[in-house]
Design a protein. Sequence first.
Length: 187
Amino acid sequence: MRIYVALLRGINVGGKNKIKMADLRAELEKIGLTRVQTYIQSGNVLFESEKDEPSLRQDLERMIEAVFGIKLTVMLRTAEEVKGIVEQCPFPEELVAEAAATRVGESLHVAMLTEPPAPAGVDKLEAVERGTDLYSIAGRDVYLLFRDSIRDSKLAANLHKLGVEVTVRNWKTMNKLVELAEGMKRA
């Protein structure tokens, strides 16, 4: 069995696309996923499955639409991939600390994509005026370092220019998902 992390895009945000995590866990178990657990209300789910990623993603998206009436995209990563994302942050710790000291809230985020962006999408994002915000693309993940708020960031507002579905999580959430996945491995 492999441990997966599913990141649901756009649920329980601004009062839209509401799904209770207890209901989601129960429905995921009904489709054969085991050891299902959720973290906070924004659609972070850990579970075990023998299925491959494309099959799982399709199963999850279909179930959510059928049961909850919400059409959304699910980003999937293995526990190892999530751990690798955290371990391979391209920004030096000093730079992250400097950015964090100048703002309230999280400065470091990761945007997870359904697939690596095409060069044309990367060129479009590169052309965006982003002020002092930084990004680094690693396969189907984009590391984001905000000097001000993610809410006011032109970089964050233009991630769609990559031409791939995307969902963003802050660094605290990413670290917690690693911790939870490690706990599942030990259990």
